[in-house]
Design a binder for this molecule. Structure first.
Ligand code: TMP
Length: 206
């Protein structure tokens, strides 16, 4: 039976570490797991990711950003997501459409309706079975990123206010559909956060 799980969170919330831990636990159980990310996930969608995230002098219009996110998603859905689900595999995505609601809808101020329209166009009624949102004060998240000296992309250069809106955007998504979402406190140790994410996911596994 196919299942569709997504991991989300603001910059520096520890998504990479949790993802690696979840993959290890799924594989230890012998689950037929497909892991992918957005924007990206196919060769062409990864090219779109590069266009989206490259630092550039030309300001990027919020609509351009939104449309490119969904162009990447349309390709990913056609070439990887739908085939994996049709083959009965378990899919674990590093970000999906909730990131568009949080970053473009709320962070950039485009509003949810624009995102909803593209979601309907590109996804039809396909939705993840469960979305885990790693929740952390962005001030702490950004400090972690800078402390680790991680390479910055265009989206890493935003203001603290932007990331605060993004966090609020994610929290609102969780609150609006608590049956499909779980907010995970990402302020603890990596092991604590991974355990919390795994047990939340376990509620949804079949
Ligand atoms: P990553 O750093 O988690 O790989 O994500 C890349 C960036 O893209 C991150 O800043 C979040 C952003 N993003 C959006 O703004 N909208 C989207 O729909 C997606 C999937 C990602």
């Amino acid at each position: 039976m196919s299942q569709f799980f997504v991991l989300e969170g603001v910059e520096g919330a520890g998504k990479g570490t949790v993802l690696a831990g979840l993959i290890e636990r799924f594989r230890a159980e012998g689950v037929d797991l497909v892991v992918s990310r957005e924007p990206g996930g196919t060769p062409m969608a990864e090219e779109i990711r590069h266009v989206l995230l490259a630092a550039r002098d030309e300001p990027v219009a919020p609509d351009t950003e939104l449309l490119l996110m969904f162009a990447s998603r349309a390709q990913h859905l056609d070439r990887l997501i739908r085939p994996a689900l049709a083959a009965g595999q378990t899919l674990l995505l590093d970000r999906f459409t909730d990131a568009s609601y949080a970053y473009q809808g709320v962070g950039r101020g485009l509003g949810a309706e624009r995102v909803e329209q593209l979601e309907a166009l590109v996804q039809g009624d396909l939705r993840p079975d469960c979305v885990l949102v790693l929740d952390l004060d962005p001030e702490i998240g950004l400090a972690r990123i800078h402390h680790n000296g991680r390479a910055t992309d265009r989206m890493d250069g935003e203001t603290l206010d932007f990331y605060r809106r993004v966090r609020a955007g994610y929290q609102a998504r969780v609150a609006a559909a608590p049956q499909r979402y779980r907010l995970i406190d990402a302020s603890g140790t990596p092991d604590q956060v991974l355990d919390a994410a795994w047990s939340a996911l376990s509620e949804f596994r079949q």
